[in-house]
Design a binder for this molecule. Structure first.
Ligand code: NAP
Length: 264
């Protein structure tokens, strides 16, 4: 099926790599006009070029540090001047730096909160006027299963993603109360085959295939996610098919947070 988000304008952060890149490609396939933003303008441009190779004029790229209020203001202005509307915001850019409480430096903790949490605060706050002007919209915040169950190594990351969950619900209820026709939901994937896991494998001195295998072994369905496993949920939440869904946590984890598989 195509055209599920036909005529809508979408801004995807961290769209130069991994999940963000796939979300931008998938939203474009379903008919949206796309602004691909990323800290790395070369990778953002490469995603936009690939979309434009299929549908000329459908995508533009922008350099964007999501922790910067000024950058958000600039990217939203670019979106509006390019396409004249904003209906879909995918707050996808994020970083993961591991370490337990006794080892993690305060600077690392702050950096993770700035990139993963301040970004969503600024993005939602500054996008709302543009979405209202466009007649409504859908905000999709990429959280993680790390928001839902703890791990000693993911202190900074898990707290940041739990903050995104709360922020999502609070913003969803505010927009509902104000009758803005703007919805806000979070997606909670488990491990996805993206460069984020490649870097984790490098840091551990292991091959990426080996890391996919051992992480897949703890997922009840037996494997880690492909980016498309998540972007189908992005399309659903971005489209009018989910018009009665707001403030929700959409979990895509192969059963990981449902419980455990007894070994006896
Ligand atoms: P990724 O391949 O590392 O992509 C993240 C993108 O965000 C990169 O293009 C990166 O740019 C960009 N970025 C980093 N800091 C930024 C900043 N300050 N401003 C703007 N862009 C910035 O990772 P991914 O796996 O696709 O992650 C996407 C989202 O999924 C993240 O929110 C992550 O927490 C979430 N997630 C991932 C997994 C997983 O297993 N992969 C699981 C659950 C949730 P550079 O390349 O220049 O650094």
């Amino acid at each position: 099926m195509h055209g599920r988000v036909e005529g809508k304008t979408a801004l995807i952060t961290g769209g130069g790599s991994g999940l963000g890149r796939e979300a931008a490609m998938h939203l474009a396939e379903e008919g949206a006009n796309i602004v691909v933003s990323d800290l790395n303008d070369d990778t953002a441009q490469a995603t936009a070029d690939e979309i434009n190779a299929q549908r000329q004029g459908a995508a533009v790229a922008a350099r964007h540090d999501v922790s910067s209020e000024e950058d958000w203001a600039d990217v939203l202005k670019t979106t509006n001047s390019q396409f004249g509307s904003l209906h879909i915001l995918v707050n996808n850019a994020g970083i993961s730096i591991h370490g337990p409480i006794e080892e993690v430096a305060f600077e690392t903790w702050k950096q993770v909160q700035e990139v993963n949490v301040d970004s969503v605060f600024w993005g939602c706050k500054l996008a709302l006027p543009y979405m209202r002007e466009s007649g409504g919209g859908s905000i999709i915040n990429i959280s993680s299963t790390a928001a839902l169950y703890a791990n000693p190594m993911t202190l900074s990351y898990g707290v940041s993603k739990a903050s995104v969950s709360y922020m999502t619900k609070s913003i969803a209820l505010h927009c509902a109360q104000q009758r803005y026709n703007i919805r806000c939901n979070s997606i909670h994937p488990t491990f996805i085959k993206t460069p984020l896991l490649e870097r984790l494998a490098d840091a551990a001195g292991r091959t990426v295939e080996d890391v996919h295998q051992s992480l897949g072994d703890v997922v009840p369905l037996g494997e880690v996610l492909e980016p498309r496993d998540v972007t189908f949920a992005v399309i659903y939440l971005a489209s009018d098919e989910s018009k009665m869904m707001t403030g929700a946590e959409l979990v895509i984890d192969g059963g990981l947070t449902a419980g455990y598989l007894p070994k006896i």
